[in-house]
Write a protein that binds this ligand. Structure first.
Ligand SMILES: CCCCCCCC/C=C\CCCCCCCCCCC/C=C/C(=O)SCCNC(=O)CCNC(=O)[C@H](O)C(C)(C)COP(=O)(O)OP(=O)(O)OC[C@H]1O[C@@H](n2cnc3c(N)ncnc32)[C@H](O)[C@@H]1OP(=O)(O)O
Ligand SMILES: Cc1cc2nc3c(=O)[nH]c(=O)nc-3n(C[C@H](O)[C@H](O)[C@H](O)COP(=O)(O)OP(=O)(O)OC[C@H]3O[C@@H](n4cnc5c(N)ncnc54)[C@H](O)[C@@H]3O)c2cc1C
Length: 674
């Protein structure tokens, strides 16, 4: 290393004192956060496997060209597949491996959406044919729904699939520029097949959007098939980030596919061209989106906790000001403003982990119900997955950016790991449904539920509190001192009352308007806020439920209680205008909440480093000089700088052509007026 002596990295632990001060059993918390002993063991084993394999190294991602990045991601995916086959990894282990490799690639869409959609929408016969090939990666599939002209409005898609009974085929066509498929991941360069969402036309009638399998590239030489135009859509936001993915464009010029390539579980077209629907809801065609949305919710905590781990560890190492009388300077984590920005994010990462576990349960539950032809809670599950996807991704993306700022100047360096984390994560606010569009779906669900309540139907699941709407819209909060806010039922009622009141206010507005669709549009900003309040209530209620359970490990339950209270009170104080405007809280009660929140910061402070250690992220996975486990930040920042290609030569390339002429005044000569 240039300029400083190499330190014995293994021996240092700049955070040892912090760790010694923890008031809970960290290993037990690790097991809780992993989802159980088995999950913890799988995660640890696979994280180490990935961290120790040089093919999965990722230091250079922000420096290399897009072409190199992409080729490297193909190499990593191929290598991962080889390991999966050689070691006979299970689905769970393979999924963990994909997560720790930490680089978006074509296999995400192949496994996450192509295969999921086939399972949900293909008949058994079709599954037999396509899934066998897909499971062994003999074909690579992508999910080609979004077009240049339409993404959110799925029913507005323009690609056509016109049935030709004379040949028993569908003719896929892209009739306009805006009908070009645009964005599908894995489509640009890797996929051999696409699940194409197109308008089904038979007997001159348009039956709306349905799914079709189309082969797009040759299985011999990967060349696009005749009349198929396919390519990558170009460089995306940020260095590295989502650029390892080949998001693609696709056009069909009257491409023929067999009739059997229409996924026919929910609807079919007969040889004669007759359209027949099954008695299942057509929304099951959106099943792959629901699956990925729940997965995105489950993953949000992972991303947020990575950023928070980096920011907490660095804030404990970083010192600024106050070093008088031989005292060490103050650790920036001790500044109240730092705690105010950072600790609610730490609590949120815990909250999202808990809601992620619950979301997985909800998805398993609805899958079982659907298999038994029980579609009753589909609207609620749609509202939950859409709404929680929306709030968790928005908060996580903003939280990563906040953590970058919390790391001061060094946070802006790619070596902090935070710029790339943000670039990779932020599209989650848009893909699988723009976050505003998704909250509007939740708002529609809330209005419908209130209408049903008015006609005597009892709401269930996450909407059950709306059955108590009369009480919630008339009761007053009874908090009279800060400590009252530590009572879970007080917190819960506050969130229920705020959400119910906001939803009811919107519902009354829409109901009284002569044109309800117009009123919905006029009121959409308020509806989005009401939907957000409902979703925040879901997270708060799941956290409270969990914090009340007994858990093994000294101090673990107490830490969860603190974080739960902090999460809820941080939301309450941030959105205090909602609580005040709905008349549920007084200004004094909000002040009590703020005081209590401050007291909670003091409970978190001695445990902060241990609480992020419990997420158990390896240094490889964090990819951050600031967030290293040993806290040896400065050595590794310094060392990292010398690895930069700009420092390969002492005198920079370009000196002779462009710098020297300036310095020696050969460009303008002595007559320059500057
Ligand atoms: C490294 C190598 C490793 C090797 C291998 C390892 C193995 C690894 C294994 C696994 C890896 C898996 C990893 C997965 C990782 C995944 C990464 C994620 C990548 C994500 C990429 C992104 C993909 C996409 O973006 S796909 C496109 C998504 N598009 C959208 O989301 C569009 C948004 N729009 C909509 O969803 C809808 O159109 C709408 C919701 C806006 C509805 O609009 P509307 O016009 O009202 O629609 P309509 O169709 O008429 O529907 C109305 C009624 O239907 C109800 N409804 C709507 N949606 C749903 C639904 N989903 N479910 C149920 N009901 C629904 C709606 O409420 C209306 O009901 P109502 O009662 O009539 O009011
Ligand atoms: C990284 C990435 C990967 C993707 N991968 C895939 C993939 O694999 N397969 C695939 O099919 N698609 C994919 N997509 C596409 C993605 O699903 C869409 O971009 C997304 O659904 C948003 O749709 P849109 O682009 O049409 O946005 P638009 O709907 O055009 O949104 C633009 C703005 O208009 C607002 N808006 C639109 N309609 C309304 C309304 N009714 N009321 C209020 N506001 C409104 C939105 O809130 C937003 O602010 C991907 C996108 C990205 C960024």
């Amino acid at each position: 290393m240039e300029g400083i002596e190499e330190r014995g990295v293994k021996e240092v632990d700049y955070l040892a004192e912090e760790r010694a001060g923890a008031q809970f059993h960290v290993h037990s918390m690790k097991i809780f956060l992993a989802g159980g002993q088995h999950e913890y063991e799988v995660s640890t084993r696979i994280a180490n496997l990935v961290a120790n394999d040089p093919v999965f190294a990722k230091e250079d991602r922000a420096r290399i060209s897009r072409k190199e990045l992409y080729k490297n991601s193909l190499k990593k995916a191929g290598h991962a597949w080889k390991i999966i086959l050689e070691k006979g990894l299970t689905e769970e282990e393979s999924m963990r491996m994909r997560a720790f490799i930490d680089e978006p690639n074509y296999t995400d869409l192949h496994w996450g959406m192509f295969i999921t959609a086939l399972k949900g929408q293909a008949t058994e016969e079709q599954q037999h044919k396509w899934l066998r090939q897909a499971y062994k990666l003999a074909i690579i599939g992508c999910y080609a729904q979004t077009e240049l002209g339409h993404g959110s409005n799925v029913q507005g898609l323009e690609t056509t699939a016109t049935f030709d009974p004379s040949t028993d085929e569908f003719v896929l066509n892209s009739p306009t520029l805006t009908s070009t498929k645009w964005w599908p991941g894995g489509l640009g360069k890797a996929s051999t097949h696409a699940l194409v969402y197109a308008r089904l036309i038979t007997d001159s009638q348009d039956y709306g959007v349905h799914a079709f399998i189309a082969q797009i590239r040759s299985l011999d030489d990967h060349i696009p098939l005749p009349n198929v135009t396919v390519g990558d859509i170009g460089v995306k936001f940020g260095n590295g980030g989502y650029n390892s993915m080949d998001n693609g464009l696709l056009r069909f010029d009257h491409v023929r596919i067999p009739r059997e390539n229409m996924l026919m579980k929910l609807a079919r077209v007969t040889e004669q061209g007759k359209y027949e629907r099954s008695n299942k809801p057509r929304q099951l065609g959106y099943g792959a989106m629901v699956y990925i949305r729940q997965g995105i919710v489950a993953e949000a905590s992972v991303y947020l906790s990575r950023a928070v781990t980096i920011a907490v560890r660095y804030s404990a190492v970083r010192r600024q000001f106050g070093g008088k009388d031989d005292k060490a300077e103050v650790q920036v984590i001790d500044y109240r403003t730092q705690q105010h920005r950072l600790f609610p994010l730490l609590a949120t990462a815990y909250a999202y982990r808990i809601v992620g576990f619950w979301m997985k349960w909800l998805y398993a539950d609805v899958t079982e119900r659907l298999n038994n032809n029980d579609f009753s809670n589909l609207p609620e599950v749609h509202a939950c997955t859409a709404g929680l996807k929306s709030i968790t991704t928005s908060v996580t993306a903003d939280g990563i950016e906040q953590c970058r700022k919390l790391c001061g100047g060094h946070g802006y360096l790619c070596a902090s790991g935070l710029p790339e984390l943000y670039a990779a994560y932020v599209p989650a606010c848009t893909y699988e449904g723009d976050n505003t569009i998704l909250l509007l779906q939740v708002a529609r669900f809330l209005l419908k539920t209130l209408t049903q309540v008015a006609s005597g139907t009892k709401p269930v699941g996450t909407a059950a509190y709306l059955g108590n709407v009369q009480h919630l819209t008339s009761v007053n909060c009874e908090v009279s001192q800060g400590k009252d806010w530590l009572n879970p039922s007080v917190l819960l009622e506050a969130f229920e009352a705020r959400s119910a009141r906001m939803a009811v206010a919107c519902a009354m507005h829409v109901a009284e308007a002569p044109d309800s669709e117009l009123a919905f549009e006029e009121l959409s900003p308020e509806l989005v806020e009401a939907a957000r309040a409902h979703c925040q209530l879901i997270v708060v209620s799941k956290f409270i439920e969990q914090a009340q359970k007994d858990l093994p490990g000294e101090g673990v339950k107490q830490q969860l209680e603190v974080l739960c209270n902090l999460y809820a009170l941080s939301l309450l104080t941030t959105h205090s205008s909602d609580f005040l405007a709905t008349g549920y809280l007084t200004g004094t009660q909000v002040s009590h909440a703020k005081d209590q929140q401050k007291a909670l910061f003091s409970c978190v402070r001695p445990n902060a480093v241990a609480l992020v250690d419990a997420f158990d992220h390896t240094d490889h996975y964090l990819g951050s000089a600031l967030g290293r486990y040993d806290g040896d930040v400065y050595t590794h920042l310094y060392k990292g700088a010398w690895k930069d290609p700009l420092n390969e030569s002492v005198v920079t390339e370009g000196y002779h052509e462009y710098l020297r002429p300036v310095l020696t005044q050969q460009l303008w000569g002595p007559t320059s007026k500057l």
